[in-house]
Design a protein around this ligand. Structure first.
Ligand code: MRU
Length: 369
């Protein structure tokens, strides 16, 4: 992704070759600032406080967090402690646990003196793989966009609604839900994106709008409750969202409010696609509503809003009557029956156990054995 003409991934190594640099997403869209992480604790804090966020980027940051821990102490105890620290940061995105399990697999069989170099190498591989997976998602999603465009009057833009931020900034590069959109735009297809603001943290208004704008993709930010109305009036041709954890039968956990969009899409015959790389599939879980842990975040995210004040400072203001309680479940689960298809790096699958197992027989069989 290019920001001001310069290509950026969302995570990279500093000049010193060991510190880990990330973009501070809590400062976007008003400030583009980077943060350098020097310890596993700092990596864990960055994930917990959502300096970095989005399932794939959380996994990549955690992998580098393990590498940072191995610089200090590469004993079995230190490895176990780093995995536990990082694994406890956010509960819903399964990419976190996938990345940590992979780091454990690679490192635990090595002698301590070999672990630091191996950890950095594995974290770098996870990042490179994420870029390739997201690019492939884009390529498999593009024909779906083309099909819909082909049915519209010539020259009319396709209107795609998305929720939260499943773009470049949620991954190492490209994004998941936004990858097909970027490729369509780059191919000259007229695309317009409806961007759900995504309360309470406004990942849509702050991050999706920012990166679509940086890439020149026409978009309009809407309040979270506008999608159903737009669908009733034929103004949404398709929905594409990301996911933090998709079960073996295709139930999809994603940012709170995704389920309501899926219901509205179903009621209005609007195709509802979910884009995901295979590390987001939790092969050990089937019933998403019953089994996926849903993160409950601080009430302050609901009671307060933050934004750019007229004096040019980013400020937080209270929006809820003092004394009222606030609840903040951060994700919800969309049952597979409401999902038109899953766009993965290997192609588009039905949201079903059979569909996923057909695309990923190796992974499905491994989980079953
Ligand atoms: O709480 P967040 O901002 O980490 O939630 C992110 C999402 O819900 C994304 O849609 C999901 O991680 C997919 S990112 C490619």
């Amino acid at each position: 992704m290019k920001i001001n003409g310069q290509h950026y991934r969302t995570i990279w190594l500093a000049q010193d070759g060991w510190r880990v640099v990330v973009i501070d997403q809590t400062r976007l869209p008003f400030r583009f600032e980077t943060v350098s992480l020097g310890t596993a604790e700092q990596a864990a804090d960055a994930i917990r406080s959502m300096v970095v966020r989005g399932a794939p980027l959380i996994g990549a940051t955690a992998a580098y967090g393990v590498a940072l821990a191995m610089r200090v102490d590469a004993s079995d105890e230190a490895l176990a402690a780093a995995l536990a620290l990082l694994g406890a940061t956010r509960p819903t995105a399964v990419n976190l646990h996938w990345a940590l399990a992979r780091m454990r697999r690679v490192l635990s069989s090595l002698p301590a003196e070999a672990r630091m170099a191996a950890a950095y190498a594995e974290a770098a591989t996870i990042c490179d793989e994420d870029v390739a997976l997201c690019r492939a998602i884009g390529e498999h999603g593009l024909p779906l966009i083309r099909e819909i465009v082909a049915r519209k009057p010539a020259g009319q833009p396709i209107n795609i609604l998305t929720h939260c931020n499943a773009g470049w900034i949620a991954t190492v590069d490209w994004g998941t839900a936004l990858a097909p959109i970027y490729l369509a735009h780059d191919a000259g297809i007229p695309v317009h994106v409806w961007v759900d603001e995504t309360r309470p943290r406004n990942q849509g208004a702050a991050l999706t709008a920012y990166e679509l704008g940086a890439h020149g993709v026409p978009h309009t930010v809407i309040v979270d409750n506008a999608g159903g109305h737009l669908m009733q009036h034929g103004q949404v041709d398709m929905v594409i969202v990301g996911t933090d954890r998709t079960t073996a039968r295709g139930d999809v956990a994603n940012k709170i409010g995704t389920y309501l969009k899926a219901l509205a899409a179903h009621d209005n015959g609007v195709p509802f696609y979910v884009a995901l790389p295979s590390p987001t599939i939790d092969w050990g879980v089937s019933d998403g509503v019953a089994e996926i842990p849903i993160e409950e975040r601080a009430a302050r995210e609901v009671t307060h809003l933050s934004g750019l004040a007229e004096d040019g400072e980013v400020r937080s203001i209270r929006a809820v009557a003092p004394g009222s309680n606030a609840a903040n479940p951060a994700f919800d689960v969309t049952p597979a029956r409401l999902v038109t298809g899953l766009i993965t790096e290997r192609g588009v699958s039905a949201a079903s156990a059979e569909g996923l197992a057909r695309l990923f027989p190796d992974l499905a069989n491994k989980a079953a054995s």
